[in-house]
Ligand binder design. Structure first.
Ligand code: ZN
Length: 187
């Protein structure tokens, strides 16, 4: 994954950025203990309906079954005192997302929705960066999730984020025209 401060590549489980010295320990000092992970979807900010939560959970489960990776969703009231990207980076590491079988392989995705910041973010694990880059993940969120979130349709926004990111990894798709083609029949 990339350093949230300077975008230098950072790969180990307790990363310290070679570019700017930023590290997980800096975030521990600011954020304390991580919130408990409640499964594939941790709706701490209570933004999802019960049905929406189940739908997202089922899509994430199917993705994991097909790809042998992990996908986690978390909603937070706020990521203060840090930016959403820094919070996602921290929580991805603290939850060991994608460390399948206890191995430090980072084959996973973490989707974060921050209510106060009106922000959605995807942290892409190092083990998936050959399939979906940070930039591509950001573009998926911008195109497929943000339009729903902007209308207050959080269930659909988060589902779209999870569904399209899953399709990109499942199909090895990297380019927006292919995502549009995949979605073309369904919209
Ligand atoms: Zn850095």
């Amino acid at each position: 994954m990339r350093c949230p401060r300077c975008s230098t590549e950072v790969t180990d489980a307790l990363p310290t950025c070679a570019g700017c010295g930023f590290g997980i320990a800096d975030l521990d000092d600011l954020l304390g203990e991580p919130p408990p992970c409640r499964g594939r979807v941790t709706d701490d900010a209570k933004l999802l309906s019960p049905d929406g939560l189940v739908r997202i959970e089922e899509r994430a489960r199917a993705f994991e079954g097909r790809t042998g990776t992990e996908l986690r969703v978390v909603t937070r009231e706020t990521t203060k005192p840090v930016k959403p990207g820094e919070y996602a980076f921290w929580l991805f590491n603290r939850w060991d997302v994608g460390d399948i079988g206890g191995q430090d392989v980072n084959r996973g995705l973490l989707v974060l929705v921050a209510k106060a910041e009106r922000s959605i973010w995807c942290e892409v694990g190092h083990g998936l960066e050959g399939l979906v880059t940070d930039a591509a993940a950001g573009q998926v969120l911008e195109e497929h999730a943000v339009p729903f979130l902007a209308r207050g349709e959080v269930d659909d926004g988060v589902f779209q984020a999870v569904d399209v990111l899953s399709q990109v990894v499942e199909g090895g798709r990297e380019r927006p025209p292919l995502w549009r083609r995949i979605l073309g029949g369904a919209r």
